[in-house]
Design a binder for this molecule. Structure first.
Ligand SMILES: [Zn+2]
Length: 363
């Protein structure tokens, strides 16, 4: 009898211990940002430890700050099947010099891209100075430019004043884009942000869980909205046909891929990278699969999400598998689905398209 009571008490204690976190939650007032569902579906789960084909990641940043961190990153690349990574430093001058020097220990594994120097962009003679700086970075080893970013306030670093700023299609940018064409340097451009960030922040916002953090205040004077930003991309791509543009994050058109499709149809000098839009695309797998298949020659693999091994494996799982209803890091409240891309599509997006662009070096 005593032993039985003891057993019951033990069971109660264990149950309390196991369920304690959920008992502690005030579910009536659970916040969307705290929502952490766990799938109950017994469906296939594929553990992709290494990419099916060699990979070039065209969208990373200067994450390895020490030689030791760089060595560790290269070891991870070997394990994961990543042949090469493009570091979008966005820097010029001594900062660029320092970064490219650090990565030069692995010349076959990293390409480092520079930025544009906007210092004094509204003063006479700026274009000549900026072009000279671009040529200097090119001589130091820059093979492209990026990431040039405009979420509404402009591309220069004076983010808070739209009157003292430029957008991508500003005529003052033309000499720089022409120089990029001459040197065979593609330009990686980030226009707009996820669509939900521009919508009202209320209970109807489909992407609220992340969009609230990334929200754009459209009441700010002079700010461009999503459509206007896409128009600046189109203007720049159209007006500089010899320059290769890579619209990163699918030009933030994952909510309506027909917008990007129209631009790709119209402008052969435009490409897109798929970095940091895995959560957004993995919720509409059939649409995205057919889009990636149709534009297989124009899309490139990228990450833009640190150097974590599980992050890379997550991107491989989204692209390669047909896994259903899974979660990773809870960026949105919705579950994810693998795209199950064909081998030919996968090979082109993983590597072949990037290789073609990088081959243009110096032409
Ligand atoms: Zn980026």
């Amino acid at each position: 009898m005593t032993r039985m009571i003891h057993k019951v008490l033990l069971t109660v204690a264990v149950t309390l211990l196991v369920t304690a976190p959920s008992l502690a939650q005030d579910v009536e007032n659970l916040k969307l940002r705290d929502y952490r569902p766990q799938s109950v579906f017994r469906v296939p789960v594929t553990d992709v430890t290494r990419a099916r084909y060699p990979v070039i990641d065209v969208h990373a940043h200067d994450y390895a700050r020490t030689p030791g961190e760089l060595d560790a990153w290269v070891k991870k690349m070997d394990t994961l099947g990543i042949e090469k990574i493009i570091i979008l430093s966005g820097r010029t001058g001594s900062q660029f010099e320092e970064i490219i020097k650090r990565y030069s220990r692995y010349p076959a594994r990293f390409d480092v891209w520079c930025g544009f120097d906007y210092t004094g962009f509204d003063e006479p003679g700026w274009a000549e100075r900026a072009v000279a700086e671009l040529e200097k970075c090119y001589r130091l080893g820059a093979t492209g430019v990026g990431e040039i970013s405009d979420k509404g306030m402009g591309i220069t670093r004076s983010k808070d004043d739209p009157s003292h700023n430029m957008h991508l299609d500003d005529p003052r940018m033309k000499p720089l884009f022409e120089k990029c064409a001459e040197l065979g340097m593609p330009v990686n451009v980030h226009v707009a942000d996820p669509y939900w960030a521009y919508l009202p922040m209320d209970s109807t916002n489909d992407g609220l869980m992340s969009a609230y953090r990334w929200r754009i205040d459209l009441t700010r004077e002079g700010i461009y909205d999503h459509a206007k930003l896409i128009q600046t991309l189109e203007n720049a791509v159209r007006d500089n046909p010899r320059t290769t543009f890579i619209a990163c994050h699918l030009a933030n058109c994952d909510f309506d891929l027909s917008i990007l499709g129209r631009l790709l149809d119209r402008y052969p000098n435009l490409y897109a990278d798929i970095s940091a839009r895995y959560y957004q695309t993995a919720t509409i797998p059939r649409q995205v699969r057919s889009f990636y298949s149709k534009y297989r020659d124009r899309l490139m693999y990228g990450t833009d999400m640190s150097t974590a091994t599980e992050m890379y494996r997550f991107t491989f799982r989204v692209l390669e598998t047909a896994d259903e209803h899974f979660y990773f890091r809870y960026t949105y409240h919705w579950p994810l689905y693998g795209l199950d891309l064909d081998d030919d599509v996968l090979k082109k997006i993983y590597r072949d398209n990037a290789l073609r662009l990088l081959d243009r070096k110096g032409k």
